[in-house]
Design a protein around this ligand. Structure first.
Ligand SMILES: [Zn+2]
Length: 181
């Protein structure tokens, strides 16, 4: 999955479910960069290992939650955990993540197949849910696509969602102003 999808998909969901009203659009946009953090593991030589581990996120983000009493800071921690986990969940269905790292290096990938063949009619070729396990590979001589078509689509979708929201807010403000005079 490309970086743009990892950035915009969780951000769109956050807006759609109105994740937290106390956080502004700008703050939410900045927090979404945490959704890219996991892929920094390429700089450590092995892709999809430690930073893609679902066991590591609670230690780094949710553990401080119990020591911080301030509500606003707690909100940021929960949102940080949401964006960090979004990356792991998306990769779990798209290439796999090491579910039990640091206990195990084995990566688990959930693969859905629903393939039909078009000949004289439509015939079902394959329908399957597979669990694929593998060991992480080094990044040497590997190519990574940073931006792909689905990422551009999610980016455009985000622009649509945010511009609709701003337009609605502007209309509300105008209505309130007209109501005053
Ligand atoms: Zn990743």
């Amino acid at each position: 999955m490309d970086l743009l999808s990892h950035f915009f998909l969780p951000l769109i969901v956050a807006y759609a479910v109105k994740l937290d009203q106390r956080v502004s659009d700008k703050q939410l946009f900045l927090l979404a960069f945490l959704g890219l953090l996991a892929d920094l593991d390429v700089f450590f030589g092995v892709h999809r290992l430690g930073l893609h581990s679902p066991l590591l996120v609670p230690v780094c983000v949710l553990l401080p939650f119990f020591f911080i009493k301030d509500e606003a800071r707690r909100t940021y921690l929960v949102l940080a955990a949401y964006f960090l986990y979004s990356h792991i969940i998306l990769d779990f269905f798209n290439g796999g993540v090491p579910l039990l790292w640091p206990l195990s290096r084995i990566s688990v990938d959930i693969n859905f197949s629903f393939i039909v063949k078009l000949e004289s009619g439509i015939s079902l070729e394959k329908i399957a849910l597979e669990v694929i396990t593998k060991l992480p590979t080094t990044v040497e001589d590997k190519e990574f696509s940073l931006v792909k078509g689905p990422g551009i689509v999610t980016g455009l979708l985000y622009l649509f969602v945010i511009s609709s929201k701003w337009q609605n807010n502007w209309k509300k403000r105008r209505k309130n102003k007209e109501g005053v005079y």
